[in-house]
Write a protein that binds this ligand. Structure first.
Ligand SMILES: Nc1nc2c(ncn2[C@@H]2O[C@H](COP(=O)(O)OP(=O)(O)O)[C@@H](O)[C@H]2O)c(=O)[nH]1
Ligand SMILES: [Mg+2]
Length: 420
């Protein structure tokens, strides 16, 4: 993948539309303030987090500078697309510490997992990635986008092959988080990251209403997901809506804020020292100051620098909005975000496992399955296991007796033959 030093660091932001950016950059920024929710000058929540006006203006200046740089790089968008299209898993792997390339478990396909709150824009992001990587027409939709995700969200994990020609990169759309018990969300993350993911796998929570449960169990009854290949997750994209952050901070919703932090900081989402990449969506619905403030606030919540690892990419939603994001800026930001993620995925590839690790993993899986059973089922399983061991013991004892008897018989026959 090409690119200079700046691109390697990928401190990039697509930020808002070219028009609204130009407006903000110029002295008269009123044109960017016609949007609902606009709160120019009301960045109090940023101040609460210890960012004073001077710091805020500095962040804003740097973010605007990033956008200017991004505009320049957009001239080479085709090179970025080609570098993604020619990507092969392990391309960015670095042999260090005497560990050779052959010692890494390089997958056939690099798997990215999109996680985040319900309605954050995960499915929209997948559609946008598919469109830009494969150079498809606007409005191309494959992942199911829901205007009311609580009614009809993503309940089954869906695999999307991002690069249709080479089939070397796939992304999984997942069920929205932060709609119920946080411990259940954390358990889902642990399950996906530890056990791997299947296309069509159901993401059920025990706190789901009985209606949802029975509907999902009916829909997923064929268990087709077991036929699909299991994918180990290579990197995570954490999707958050700027509007949600804005509401969270202005409304002083400390609980949601704490939940977001805990989810993001789940050790299962971290690959060695690399945290997931964060994508900030819905920024097009805010005015510039609020958008910058939301990005700074997200950096504080997740413990990231607003300029590093937070990609502000408002998704193309198919709706005709007056000053919607210009395609070119969004597309280059999407491609650069993808390059960043692929580099991180390759750098964190696991080592090939020895037999003992396989046994340990299998044992872990068995104990986890056992723990998930209720009391009566646990007793039944223990009884079955006991009977199996009993039968095995009996079988071994009988086999030993038979072997001993047959060797005795052979000896007697041999003696008889000798006397004869
Ligand atoms: N304005 C705007 N709307 C978005 C953006 N991303 C997603 N949406 C809308 O937000 C809603 C939820 O999006 P969806 O992708 O289904 O969210 P998911 O639940 O995380 O998969 C849909 O109505 C999308 O059209 C964005 O960046 N800007
Ligand atoms: Mg979705």
């Amino acid at each position: 993948m090409g690119g200079g030093g700046e691109k390697q660091n990928m401190q990039v932001s697509s930020m808002s539309g070219m028009d609204s950016w130009s407006a903000i950059s110029s002295k008269d920024s009123d044109s960017a303030l016609d949007k609902p929710n606009c709160r120019r000058g009301q960045t109090a929540y940023v101040s609460e987090d210890g960012v004073d006006d001077t710091q805020f203006l500095e962040w804003k200046r740097r973010i605007l500078q990033q956008t200017e740089n991004l505009k320049k790089r957009a001239e080479h968008i085709e090179e970025h697309r080609q570098s993604i299209l020619s990507y092969t898993p392990g391309q960015w792997l670095v042999e260090t510490g005497g560990i050779k390339r052959r010692m890494f478990a390089i997958p056939k396909i690099t798997t990215l997992l999109l996680v985040g709150p319900m309605g954050a824009g995960k499915s929209t992001l997948i559609n946008n990635l598919l469109r830009v990587v494969n150079d498809l027409d606007r409005g191309f939709d494959r992942a199911q986008v829901c205007d009311d995700p609580s009614e009809n969200g993503t309940f089954f994990l869906e695999e999307y092959v991002l690069c249709e020609s080479s089939k070397r990169i796939c992304a999984f759309d997942t069920r929205g988080l932060m709609e119920g018990d946080l411990t259940e969300d954390l358990a889902l993350l642990e399950h996906w990251l530890e056990e791997g993911v299947h296309h069509g796998q159901m993401a059920l929570r025990s706190s789901d209403s009985s209606n949802v449960k029975s509907a999902l169990e009916t829909k997923g009854r064929h268990g087709h997901h077991k036929l699909s290949e299991k994918r180990e997750v290579n990197f995570v994209i954490f999707v958050v809506s700027a509007v949600a952050i804005h509401k969270m901070m202005t409304g002083g919703n400390l609980h949601s804020r704490a939940c977001l932090t805990r989810l993001f900081k789940s050790p299962y989402l971290t690959f060695k020292d690399d945290r997931p990449v964060a994508v900030l969506t819905h920024g097009d619905e805010l005015c510039m100051d609020d958008r910058v403030a939301a990005r700074i606030a997200l950096g504080k919540i997740l413990g990231l620098s607003p300029l590093d690892q937070i990609f502000d990419i408002a998704g193309f939603t198919g709706r005709v909005v007056e000053d919607s994001e210009p395609d070119l800026l969004r597309d280059i930001a999407l491609l650069e975000m993808l390059e960043y993620v692929l580099q991180r995925a390759d750098r964190n590839l696991p080592y090939k496992m020895g037999i003992m690790v396989h046994i340990k993993q299998a044992w872990k899986g068995v104990t986890r399955l056992f723990d998930s059973l209720d009391g009566a089922r646990k007793i039944a399983v223990l009884a079955i296991v006991f009977c199996w061991f009993l039968l095995l013991g009996l079988f071994l004892a009988v086999t030993l007796v038979v072997i001993r008897e047959s060797s005795n018989m052979t000896r007697i026959c041999n003696k008889k033959n000798w006397y004869d």
